[in-house]
Design a protein around this ligand. Structure first.
Ligand code: SF4
Length: 420
């Protein structure tokens, strides 16, 4: 794992008021050479520390999940969205970019774009066409959460991580990008192993806006109640929102419903009824979520990108560019190791893909070997896409990904033949 250091003389300077953020200008490697600075936000973002004003852009699923947490920390005068459907969200007016532009300019408001990477690219073009400058006037939410909190609050804050709790599933999707249908011996991850993973993660991370549990099908984990309860009870105050992704085939028991409610878990139900006939079950689950008052989304999945792996047949020509174009909007944490995307975790842990040591970040070693500040820099650098010296994970050479350089699609949820 490629790590880098701050210059200690510069850190001392940071502690004096006169040149508070000077250390942001230079980042040093182990040999004392200056390396590329991962920080991009202009210094005036520092003015937001005292309950400053920001404007979230995007009221889709990510926006709706993180805006309530942002409202606790910042003044939010209005929201922006170009979809045109919502006029008001969380009691705030939703404007389109053209309506908002004059006010943003006049009041020098900072915009935080609450979308995934591939939607961000289009918004970035629209903002730049109106004269706004990236990282000065606006930035993507992940950079805001991670860079802003480290630079101006000295905290390790992440936007979103996922943990896979089981490789067992009720479906056998041919093109699952967690490769579940190809796993020789699907199994639940032992609850004690999961608890240790949560402990290791929160030993290094002060706050995460979203923590997502997924599988396989998480509702069939035999200790699902214990897992939700441990995460919510121990770490609920360090998590903006707990999510759980289900395929909607399973109705959990009353204890699980009580815990979903108690810890305000949002259930994301992937709807594969375009390929599989289970509409009645999915509706039953939805009815129960409604009657229990549990936040949820039902997300119709009609097509997926074909990532090709674990089949042979894909070889990235420029894996670094390919990984960044893919911009897979997930980061996995398992056994105290951080993987840039969920498929990278699944390839190594379920399919036996031989990752290189610098493909992931070992949180325990990172904590042991570096100061809190250095360790946080390493985490942020990794999550913002600078994963190692090569600039990509080795699995990206064989995985076609979900970016704009992959136009292969397959029907979502198409099933493999079941034996016996
Ligand atoms: S191409 Fe790389 S980053 Fe994208 S899904 Fe595949 S392994 Fe993950």
């Amino acid at each position: 794992m490629w790590m880098f250091f701050y210059d200690k003389s510069i850190l001392r300077c940071h502690e004096t008021k006169s040149c508070k953020y000077l250390y942001n200008k230079r980042v040093m490697d182990k040999e004392g050479n200056e390396v590329e600075n991962i920080f991009r936000l202009s210094d005036d973002w520092g003015g937001l520390t005292e309950h400053g004003t920001i404007v979230p852009f995007g009221v889709g699923r990510i926006g709706r999940r993180v805006i309530p947490s942002l409202m606790k920390e910042f003044d939010i005068p209005f929201l922006i969205d170009n979809g045109g459907n919502a006029k008001e969200v969380y009691g705030l007016d939703v404007l389109d970019l053209k309506q908002a532009a004059a006010c943003l300019r006049e009041k020098h408001l900072k915009v935080v774009v609450t979308t995934v990477f591939y939607s961000y690219e289009k918004i970035k073009q629209d903002m730049e066409a109106l004269g706004f400058i990236e990282n000065k006037d606006f930035c993507i939410f992940e950079r805001f959460a991670e860079e802003w909190n480290l630079r101006w609050r000295n905290k390790c804050v992440l936007s979103k991580v996922d943990t896979v709790i089981t490789s067992r599933c009720t479906l056998k999707c041919k093109n699952c990008n967690m490769f579940i249908s190809h796993i020789p011996a699907p199994h639940d991850i032992d609850i004690n192993r999961l608890k240790t993973n949560f402990d290791l993660f929160f030993d290094c991370v002060d706050y995460v806006y979203e923590y997502t549990l997924l599988g396989g099908e998480p509702f069939i984990h035999k200790d699902i109640a214990g897992i939700i309860s441990y995460l919510g009870r121990r770490y609920g105050d360090k998590i903006g929102r707990i999510n759980l992704i289900s395929n909607g085939t399973v109705i959990p028991n009353d204890e699980v419903f009580d815990l979903l409610k108690k810890y305000d878990v949002t259930v994301h139900v992937s709807d594969y009824t375009c390929s599989i006939d289970y509409k009645r079950n999915l509706e039953k689950l939805q009815e129960r979520l409604v009657s229990e008052g549990i936040g949820h989304y039902v997300i119709p999945n009609n097509t997926w990108k074909d990532v090709i792996y674990p089949r042979e047949g894909y070889k990235a020509e420029n894996p670094k560019r390919h990984m960044l174009l893919c911009g897979h909007s997930t980061h996995s944490v398992a056994d105290g190791k951080l993987y840039w995307c969920d498929p990278a975790f699944a390839a190594e842990c379920f399919m036996g893909f031989e990752s290189k040591e610098d493909d992931f970040l070992d949180l325990e070693a990172n904590k042991r070997n570096y100061s809190k500040y250095e360790a946080t820099l390493n985490i942020i650098k990794y999550l913002l896409g600078d994963v190692n010296e090569r600039g990509y994970m080795s699995i990206c050479e064989r995985c076609a990904g979900v970016g704009s350089d992959n136009d292969l699609t397959v029907p979502a949820g198409e099933q493999m033949e079941r034996k016996g």
